[in-house]
Unconditional design. Structure first.
Length: 193
């Protein structure tokens, strides 16, 4: 079903329109939210709430505009708020309880060897740990730019902030990530036998 048809059905109260949009955007939305909040259950809750809100407010949606960016902006904004709330909370237990991201996102080789898998896992852990140390707004900027592939101009539109703010957030996030990941990248490779 085409996106416009799905939206038209939703506006008529037909749940099949929502089902079509869920099939189309759920995976991407959950991944985007997860990269910001770093908790799978929270990410899924955020996306579920965003779909429900979209269904309830579909009458306000301009059908001439694409649904995806509008919906993903809502998800990212909710994820930023949730991440900010979580940063203010003090954890009660030592373990983080967080699930890991997929290796597919980080590996270029479709048939990696054991050493490549270990290296990729170490890199993944370092990148995720570095992302965790970014403020939520900077983390969201990285997700929008490098995961969702939005241009800086589109990011400014979606986040409803000036382009200069987007550029600053990206610059600050990249600078912080470089500093945090420098030890990983400056390691000299071990000789292979």
């Amino acid at each position: 079903m085409e996106e416009r048809e799905a939206i038209a059905r939703m506006k008529r109260g037909d749940i099949s329109g929502l089902e079509a949009l869920v099939r189309r955007y759920q995976v991407q939305a959950v991944r985007a939210a997860y990269l910001i909040v770093r908790d799978r259950e929270t990410a899924e809750d955020i996306v579920q709430s965003a779909f429900l809100r979209a269904y309830q407010r579909i009458g306000q949606f301009d059908a001439e505009r694409p649904f995806g960016p509008w919906f993903l902006r809502s998800v990212v904004n909710d994820a930023i708020k949730a991440a900010a709330r979580r940063q203010r909370q003090v954890p009660l237990e030592a373990g983080s309880g967080r699930e890991e991201a997929s290796l597919v996102d980080l590996l270029a080789d479709p048939n990696p060897g054991p050493a490549d898998l270990v290296e990729a896992a170490e890199t993944r852990q370092a990148v995720l740990a570095a992302l965790d140390r970014l403020p939520p707004a900077q983390r969201a900027a990285i997700v929008l730019r490098y995961y969702l592939g939005l241009s800086e101009a589109k990011m400014a539109d979606e986040l409803a902030c000036p382009p200069g703010t987007v550029k600053w957030r990206l610059h600050a996030a990249r600078k912080r990530l470089r500093a945090l990941l420098h030890p990983l990248w400056s390691r000299t490779p071990e000789p292979k036998c």
